[in-house]
Write a protein that binds this ligand. Sequence first.
Ligand code: ADP
Length: 280
Amino acid sequence: TVVVLGSVNMDLVTTTAHRPAPGETVLGSGFATVPGGKGANQAIAAARSGADVRFLGAVGDDAFGATLRATLDGAGIDTTLLRTVPGPSGVATIVVDGDGENSIIVVAGANGRMTDLTEAELATIAAADILLCQLEIPLETVTAAAHHAGSAGTLVALNPSPVQPLPARLWADVDLAIVNSLEYEQFSSTLGPVAHVVRTLGADGAVYRGGDTELVAGGRRVDVVDTTGAGDAFTGALVATWSQGAAAALNWANAAGALATTQLGASASIPGREQIAAAL
Ligand code: ADP
């Protein structure tokens, strides 16, 4: 089992020719609500790659919360322990202008309420093969979960995104780090002791380093439509196939990430098993 402990948001995407200045009102050209959050996106990616996935996190008691839960359920993810807490679900308000530039405001909402772990959540982490975390829920909770997993023999995978300073004791429990170029630069001084490091290179693919082993998955030629969510698709696909060995997982994830760029949106563009297998 892959246990994903992380965020789940509703993305509120508004498109407009130009963004309003302070005090100005403009007419937008479109609006959509799209399930998102790095935790949810990576969980969906892992499930579409064929993994047995359980999600730990929280939604609000608003309408978005019900929709987000149904979205995870619909992806075949076990949401038995997904909490519903009083107040709003996490939301990301996204404005995309005519130049394709975006402005984003993320409100943590229910994600910010994950300040501790229940006995049931801890037991689920201990029973898992892999724990996968990102940094969109409180850092103390990620640190505690990683430590619990480490002592139970559960492999700890961390995608340290969005970038923020991390305590050394968190790194001490990480077995597999999945970083993009920005995160790699930020954490280069602390990644040394991590047993397995996978670095994504956008259009240039990804590289793996583990002990003396280095593996390269070259960039795949695709017709890029939207790179949003490519990293999440890559990460979920990687942990889903990690038990098959680093080389197989790296190639699988690299294909998943590339395919995710060929369609619009984050969660909607995450490829499934057949699609990835066909591309390979
Ligand atoms: P992030 O989206 O987190 O910044 P990257 O840009 O490194 O991460 O992309 C993650 C993965 O998605 C890459 O390792 C690669 O497999 C795939 N990918 C991203 N952009 C492209 C692209 N333009 N062409 C082919 N594959 C891509």
